[in-house]
Design a protein around this ligand. Structure first.
Ligand code: GLY
Length: 361
């Protein structure tokens, strides 16, 4: 698979990724390297990662033998907070890490967001590499320089933009995921297909099972994201398109966080996509047949979630804390057509309630 090389970062695939990372480690002569994992990626991916990196050449094998440190956190969004960040900073201080050292984030979106944040703020910035182990991480979270943590139930409210130097994508890690995790990542691929080109959603719809997503399709999803981030890395304009499904998706995710119906990020985004497709129909005249088609396809892959009137009220209340909003108004990305997103669209609370009704029916 062709590498994607940009000024600020490179995305390298499979064996080539390990060769590139080995060279990067040798050339920079890092004295200490932290591998940050969660307990899942530690158990399922760490050995594959270390043995693949060591196998690239003897020199790097010796180098990493003497310089590697490990830190693992509990899996799940609940770890993406200031307390965990403090634990990792403390570990780095105790082990004598310097600004000239390296952090490798091996895990899903929670780890690359948290690890990127910890790295970017430790001693005003330590270099970091992302090795996404989930589908969501591969197509979205590990790419594009967004790092951050949640605080007071608000997703990603604290964070900085800083690019990982290398993003190493090893498709073997997809085999370590549960169907639920793959499906959640697939939501971001569906989102990319809706905002990208008219024909892309038709391609996505050909996928019957998340166990059979062609790697070419994952690659295409990555290039969609990069084509946007390249033009607008700091989200002053078109990067907002990537928030399709996220205004309500984030509010739903935050609302259910810690409850016994807690959703994975992608599962909340899938609901957000249905709701915001309906809002698109209300506000921009997006074809209702397309909206139904999107809903049908999402319902085929994701279980439906029930929301009471008071849940919906609380979710709408959470919107005002969303970073995407200004002037206390909920700002949405809506579709005028497939592949034709519009940002900064204002929607009323009543329209959101109607969208939940559409989702439920
Ligand atoms: N996940 C949306 C973005 O990276 O902008």
């Amino acid at each position: 698979m062709n590498p994607i090389k940009k000024n600020k970062f490179s995305i390298i695939f499979n064996h080539d990724g390990y060769v590139e990372l080995a060279e990067y480690i040798e050339n920079n002569n890092f004295k200490k390297i932290l591998i940050l994992t969660d307990d899942n990626s530690k158990e399922n991916c760490l050995d594959i990662f270390i043995s693949s990196l060591s196998a690239t050449n003897n020199q790097v094998s010796n180098l990493i033998d003497s310089s590697l440190f490990y830190y693992s956190v509990k899996p799940g969004e609940n770890s993406k907070n200031i307390e965990t960040s403090i634990e990792v900073w403390k570990f780095l201080i105790d082990k004598g890490f310097k600004r000239s050292d390296l952090i490798i984030n091996l895990g899903g979106g929670m780890i690359t967001d948290l690890g990127g944040f910890v790295a970017s703020t430790f001693m005003r910035g330590v270099k970091f590499v992302n090795v996404p182990t989930t589908l969501l991480g591969m197509v979205d979270a590990s790419i594009g320089g967004k790092t951050g943590i949640d605080h007071r139930e608000i997703k990603n409210i604290i964070g900085v933009f800083e690019f990982a130097k290398i993003i190493l994508i090893d498709y073997r890690f997809l085999n370590t995921l549960t169907k639920r995790q793959k499906t959640a990542g697939y939501a971001e691929m569906i989102k990319h297909s809706l905002i990208c080109e008219k024909s892309e959603f038709d391609m996505i719809k050909k996928v019957d099972s998340v166990d059979e997503i062609p790697h070419e399709m994952i690659y295409k999803s990555i290039t969609t994201k990069i084509s946007i981030v390249d033009i607008d890395p700091h989200e002053s304009s078109i990067r907002k398109f990537l928030n399709y499904g996220h205004t309500l998706g984030h509010a739903i995710e935050s609302y259910l966080l810690g409850s016994n119906t807690e959703l994975l990020h992608g599962e909340a985004i899938a609901i957000g996509i249905v709701l915001e497709s309906y809002l698109s129909y209300l506000k921009t005249g997006f074809d209702f047949e397309q909206v139904n088609d999107i809903k049908r396809y999402i319902n085929k892959h994701f279980s439906s979630v029930k929301f009471s009137d008071s849940d919906i009220y609380e979710i709408i209340n959470l919107l005002k804390y969303d970073k995407k909003n200004s002037d206390d108004k909920a700002m949405f990305v809506l579709l005028k057509d497939l592949g034709e997103p519009l940002f900064n669209q204002v929607v009323t609370a009543k329209e959101i309630v109607d969208a939940f009704k559409f989702y439920k029916d």
